[in-house]
Design a protein around this ligand. Structure first.
Ligand SMILES: C[S@@+](CC[C@H](N)C(=O)[O-])C[C@H]1O[C@@H](n2cnc3c(N)ncnc32)[C@H](O)[C@@H]1O
Length: 242
């Protein structure tokens, strides 16, 4: 039944939500931080959805043991989630929106409203636009350049809370509360290395003449930045119209 460590940002975001006994959808399961938080808080069932097979395997390995009756890890695109209409009490999207380009965000917001029960709840946690003088911006810009070169869309988009509130409002969600989760965000060497790994992944798909300098620039930026405390992470809680 153990679900491992739950980050403080997840615990803080869920603290004022009814989780116990609820059917939950973790939209964008990643490495399973929020899935672990939902299970630890007594969710009746958690659908952990990701389009990344490695993430799905990580979540199964991390929290699958002892939770088979409460956890379903689903590999699917959140723009067409294989869940019934009006089937979920609580949707969470922790760190999802920054990896959704604007073209996908609206479709995901619509789909999350479709699967939620009338009067259902949604918690969206994400990063605000980092301050212009943040050194991490240089690494994020490089990551976006590499992503655009490979598949024509950015890897990262930082949405101001008012923008996410407006996009979700278009699909029936009303903001119930907003609160800071991190201020500043501690971008550790491990976080920055994870972004360099993403750049390397794109570089592998490019001709060496382009990919090799991108990889070298990412590694140089990680060394130069080291770690940095900048920007904020926020949480928005919504309720769906009945
Ligand atoms: C940064 S991680 C989220 C972290 C996670 N919520 C946690 O608490 O650990 C983003 C996740 O969203 C997934 N994702 C991004 N776009 C998606 C889409 N269109 N459909 C399904 N999953 C998507 C990624 O594959 C990844 O698993």
């Amino acid at each position: 039944m153990s679900v491992g460590d739950v980050p403080e940002t997840v615990t803080a975001a869920l603290a004022d939500q009814q989780v116990e006994g609820q059917v939950c959808l973790e939209a964008g399961a990643g490495v399973g931080n929020t899935t672990a938080g939902l299970l630890a808080a007594g969710a009746k069932r958690v659908y952990a959805v990701t389009d990344d097979a490695d993430h799905a395997a990580t979540v199964r390995e991390r929290v699958g043991d002892g939770n088979a009756d409460r956890l379903a890890v689903v590999e699917a695109d959140l723009r067409a989630t294989p869940l019934g209409t009006g089937s979920v009490n609580l949707v969470t999207a922790h760190g999802l929106c920054n990896v959704l380009p604007p073209t996908a965000l609206d479709a995901v917001a619509a789909e999350l409203a479709r699967v939620a029960k009338p009067d259902g709840h949604l918690v969206v946690d994400d990063y605000a636009v980092p301050p212009a003088d943040g050194a991490v911006n240089r690494l994020f810009a490089l990551e976006n350049a590499a992503a655009r070169a490979v598949d024509g869309r950015p890897a990262l988009t930082f949405y101001p809370p008012a923008v996410l509130a407006a996009v979700f409002a278009d699909h029936g969600w009303t903001v119930q509360r907003r609160k800071p989760l991190l201020d500043p965000v501690p971008w550790t060497e491990a976080h920055l290395n994870a972004h360099a790994v993403v750049v390397r992944g794109y570089a592998d798909d490019l001709p060496d003449a382009l990919g090799a300098p991108l990889t070298a620039m990412a590694d140089d930026l990680v060394s130069a930045i080291g770690s940095e405390r900048t920007g904020t992470m926020y949480s928005l809680a919504f309720r769906l119209a009945e």
